[in-house]
Design a protein around this ligand. Sequence first.
Ligand code: HEC
Length: 137
Amino acid sequence: MKQLALLAALALTVSAGLFAADHEYKKIATVHDIMEAIVKPNMDLLAEMKKSGGPSDEKQWKQANRAASIIGEGAELMLLDGRIKDQAWEDGAKMAIDGAQKSMTAAMRKDTNAWMESLNGIGGGCRTCHKVHKPKK
Ligand code: HEC
């Protein structure tokens, strides 16, 4: 009986794995909306924390970690399903992802210096892509 249950569990795990592997990403949101709704509010939050000298308590470090993770995820979206337009696009998005991951590590360690530095990395990613692709007002 026990073995049967184990087999069933194993079969479930394997098929779940197959289903997950089957999914093909399809872009839904416009780049404009990714910027406005995903990237910007989280970057604004990080910039605000930076202005006040960095996250100052457990709650703020958690918020900082989350904001960076969402920015990184947003930058990942910029690389999927034909969104990449050229090298500057790809480089910028990857730089933002790298900066976001460093920012998450710094937030987990509550390392203010590394955290400040990571924001330059993220910002460099934004600028690298925007220099070429963001329409001037
Ligand atoms: C891979 C390219 C790329 C990266 C990386 C990127 N952006 Fe953008 N961003 C764009 C493009 C393209 C637009 C113009 C979108 C539009 O309006 O069509 C834009 C527009 C914006 C806008 C104006 C919103 C709008 O469209 O009116 C803001 C704010 C913005 N980006 C913030 C950021 C921040 C902050 C980062 C870094 C964390 C970032 N972006 C990283 C490509 C990028």
